[in-house]
Design a protein around this ligand. Sequence first.
Ligand code: M6R
Length: 359
Amino acid sequence: SKGAYPTFMLKEIDEQPAVMRRISQEYLTTSGQPQIEPKLLQTLAQADRLYFVAAGTSYHASLVGKRLFEKYTQIPAEVGVASEFGYHWPILSQQPVFIFLSQSGETADSRQVLIEAKRRHLPTLVITNVANSTLARESDYSLVLHAGPEIAVASTKAYTAQIAVEAVLAKALGEYLAIPAALAWDLQMQLSLAANGMATLVDDKQGWADLAANFLGASQDAFYLGRGIDYDVSLEAALKLKEISYVHTEGFAAGELKHGTIALIEQDVPVITFITERTTASHTRGNVQEVLARGAQVLVIASEACQQATDQIVLPELTPELMPLLTGVCGQLLAYYATLQRGLNVDQPRNLAKSVTVE
Ligand code: M6R
């Protein structure tokens, strides 16, 4: 039930700090060691390439997973949209392992790829919120998100839970492979910092409502931009806004602006920019100047290390690949309030079902 909440989506946004703490408790020992079934680690350790396959928000969480696994396990990873992958299989590596992300564990597009992977006798892992779901039952291995039931059509806590569980698995596998970056990574501390950072964000409801009103109030179009990990989260934030508020929203790589998208930037169009990567921050600042010069209304969400005086939101610093745990929540809150202010049904947007069980 929603309890005292007006909507499931707001309840689920608010639950995220608790979900981070639960994942930490379920998957890490008190001293911070990841607890993953040894057989799964052995299987993953033999992979020469990981193939992430998912849809929608779970696809966006997989993009973050690729970065986490490549950094902490040194195993190359590819990410595929299930509905594309299923009909256009790439040439696979010699020892692939398939990782499916699915909140519901029922997505038909992902299941179709799983069935073909099994037919080819390839190892499969499903990361899902529903322990007894179809995908969990049909895969070789499964890991649960411990996010609790997600009812709102717009996925929120499952996205951040997926990233946290990917981080646990990347650390476990990286340690198993004796990768120094994994051994040195204090993930327990990171999940705790993430939970605290999320709590600060969700506690400022009026602040988010004001930002949504000021930046997205009357708009029919909006843009999210960022580079690297901030690009991944731009795609997710754009999906969140478009699917519930019906504002036409694009998320794109900041460097692609001048290759086309900048033609769409006109007076007062909202451009929400994530700047949490130190290595690319100055380039993205350049893009902010370009859209400001064309009259865009720019909202900058930056991390402490990248912040400038005019930024509207400054986030505490996490491991770079974990910043979506915070930037993602910012996108959720903006989408939520923009939708509420339009008087739309936040939990049940038009034309959409919670789990998509047809291809
Ligand atoms: O249950 P799944 O994670 O497999 O669902 C995938 C997508 O259908 C889902 O993430 C969808 O994009 C959401 N409406 C996004 O908020």
